[in-house]
Ligand binder design. Structure first.
Ligand SMILES: C[S@@+](CC[C@H](N)C(=O)[O-])C[C@H]1O[C@@H](n2cnc3c(N)ncnc32)[C@H](O)[C@@H]1O
Length: 276
């Protein structure tokens, strides 16, 4: 894994100055620089999207901390715009954007991505970065990608973590992450998302099913930490079915031991371009 200083250096002086404006804040198991690491990871991934300064970009599933939104707003430059679509989980997005100084470049829009309110193709690019995992299921992902293709002039860019680990620290991340969905389902909270990461071939099939004429896909090793998979065991302890609860708790303890032993590394990221 690379060091934080190295990641900052690679991001370039403009991005470094931007990150310095955003206060560092830890939370439970999250270290103070977790958000900065996440934004750095989005910037690394979005470099593969070939975003031209001055572009008008649609972002789908912008999420509660505007993580990819910040990287996008930086990449589109002063004359560019990012329309950030989110179905409702805004969290502290606006506060983070204000700290970054990039909020004038961002237009938030509360909508379901499978019913976008734009009558024609008005975006240079439509992107969804680490958002696919939060959709309701395969059909809603296909529906959103279909809409993204419809409203973009020629291309859609998707990025999502791979379900295949290349080392123990990535395995630790996946072991913990893969407990989230079954726990949420056992609690009757399918709406909390965190679907299993999809294999590359499945992402390709989704893009084709959504109507893409051509798909290009690659895997990117980001070599950065990922602090977000861990969740408190209190949630598992609320599961009523004792057999499911015990099974989840046992897996949770093993996953935690792995995180503590190996650290937690971001799995490879699958980046996909889909053309109309
Ligand atoms: C993992 S989160 C944040 C991803 C964010 N782009 C990032 O870089 O961290 C994905 C978001 O997608 C949103 N989402 C899920 N389904 C959606 C839909 N049909 N329309 C719009 N947003 C959706 C969820 O509310 C969630 O906040």
């Amino acid at each position: 894994m690379i060091s934080y200083d190295e990641a900052l250096r690679r991001s370039g002086p403009r991005f470094k100055a931007l990150l310095e404006k955003i206060p560092k804040k830890g939370f439970e198991r999250l270290p103070p620089d977790w958000l900065h690491w996440q934004i750095l990871e989005r910037l690394t991934i979005l470099k593969y999207a070939d975003i031209v300064e001055g572009s008008n970009v649609l972002e789908v599933g912008s999420g509660p901390h505007a993580i990819a939104t910040i990287a996008l707003a930086e990449l589109v430059g002063e004359r560019g715009r990012v329309v950030a679509v989110e179905r409702g989980r805004w969290g502290d997005s606006w506060e983070v954007l204000k700290h970054s100084g990039l909020s004038p470049r961002v237009i938030p829009l509360q909508e379901d991505a499978s019913k976008l309110p734009f009558p024609f193709s008005c975006f240079d690019l439509a992107v969804c970065v680490h958002g696919i995992r939060s959709f309701d299921g395969r059909q809603s992902i296909v529906g959103a990608v279909k809409e993204m293709l419809r409203v973009s002039k020629e291309r859609v860019f998707l990025a999502e973590s791979s379900p295949f680990a290349k080392n123990k620290a990535q395995e630790a991340h996946l072991a913990m992450y893969n407990l989230r969905r079954p726990t949420f389902l056992a609690l009757g909270r399918a709406d909390w998302g965190d679907l299993r990461y999809l294999p590359p071939q499945e992402l390709r099939n989704i893009a084709i099913e959504a109507g893409a004429s051509r798909v290009e896909l690659r895997e990117v090793d980001v070599g950065m930490p990922h602090h977000l998979a861990c969740f408190p065991s209190d949630l598992i302890l609320k599961v009523e079915d004792s057999e499911i609860r015990e099974n989840l708790m046992e897996r949770w303890r093993k996953a935690l031991a792995m995180l503590e032993r190996y650290g937690e590394e971001h799995p490879p990221v699958i980046v996909l371009d889909a053309w109309k």
